[in-house]
Design a protein around this ligand. Sequence first.
Ligand code: BES
Ligand code: MN
Ligand code: ZN
Length: 511
Amino acid sequence: MRVRLSPEEPSLSRSQVVVRGLFERPVGPSRLPPDLRAEDRATQGALGRAWTAVELRGSRKEITTFHRSGPGPGRLVLIGLGAPGRYDAEVARRASAEVVRALAGRGARSVTFALESFLRADAVDEVAAVRAVVDGAGLGSYQFARFKTKAPDAPIEEAVVAVPRPSRAVRAAFREEADLVDVVRWTRDIANLPACDATPARLAREAQALGRSHRLRVRVFDERALARMGCGGILAVGGGSTHPPRMITLEYPGRGRSPPTIAVVGKGITFDSGGISIKPAASMSHMKFDKSGAVAVLGILRAARVLNVRPRVIGVMGCAENLPSGSAYRPGDVVRTYSGRTIEVLNTDAEGRVVLSDALAYAAKNYRPDALIDLATLTGAQSVALGDTIAGMVSTDDALAARLADASARSGEAIWRMPLTDYHRELVRAADFGDVRNSIEIPLAGMLTAAAFLETFTLERPWAHLDIAGVAYTTLSTRKYQPAYLNAGAVGFGVRLLARLLADWDVGAGR
Ligand code: BES
Ligand code: MN
Ligand code: ZN
């Protein structure tokens, strides 16, 4: 899908479809809003008649199509935006995604969004609306169809955002968001790969290819290098698979003199069977998405280069496949990690934190970052607590947490801060034979005890943890309730969020 910003008059566009947002109308009879009168004429009165008949209400997800005659697009699509008082950029993002999805396979290749119909004073200005529509169109039209031998409904090929006199700020926001959407689509393509293709070595090759195309310094640590370095955590988790583990680092140098250093660390379990503490069969296929944090790191590094952000950005991906076998790690094993601290393994299914123990400590020790941020599909408890649209954040640094909250509000990728207390730390440290244990063996505050475990390996750097277990992918059973821009498997969660954080680093939090 291509996106284009155009000063054209939407009703004269060369696209096949012109799209307008429609706010919910008051109950009872009313006159057609003045800004739709021209479209009423173009539809030879059909729009006005539908209005009078209350066929159009403007409620969310309501899509109504009219045929136009004369110059301009042959079709007019009105997409409901709901009550004006409840309108925000997220509504616009979802609405534009609904439209491109509804149009797939319906004989249209190009659509023009009339941006003025998506604005609302005090809630959504031109910059926010442009970003939302680009997100909705670009992400909503995404499909992972690589393995479908029969092509699915053809997606829209071109989305035009029509803005009469785009300001510099609008043009810059458009360019940036269009670039970001490309990066997210690319990220989804990798995160959606099945575990038979996306082995740790394959992720390493993707990183190297990215390094070549986007001038990033990439290093790959194979199992021999990991053994030399003392990365016992990654090696233990990867020990059960014939596809050996890898740790991958990527460096974007940043701009100017002495930029701040931000490290992003991702959990890259290419498949999580649970290992010897094996998972039940139901939904185990979802565990190919257990690499989503590490793949988001690839996307974030790509975004850092494409957006030319000022901070220096370090990516660290901890990649391993968690399988049961004669060489797998077991409950009761004690492993020595890169930091020197030991982990008592009580449950081989709590493997993400074991891999991250090495990756976090490596990033903290070798780069001494000003901010250390990890992304991990870490706990089922995260989705129990916050569901499939809001990621959990745990942070030891209020300023960093505030920056992330700000980036969340601006990007639309929702996060909610969760607490971390000495009680949770104690639970994790109460190990018989190691410094920490990887499971507390009772179903209690699973997201928080996992975070307390990770904190041990952050070596006191300013740190934030994002548990993305519930938000990293959609499944057939939940997809119909979720926003339309999250449509097929991997979401790419965290790329737009962290890209915003990096791009806004100098602006700071709390504007
Ligand atoms: N990858 C899973 C977490 C997960 C669950 C992600 C569901 C996405 C959807 C993680 O490795 C795991 O198995 N966590 C365990 C930890 C427990 C054994 C302490 C969990 O959450 O049950
Ligand atoms: Mn697991
Ligand atoms: Zn896992």
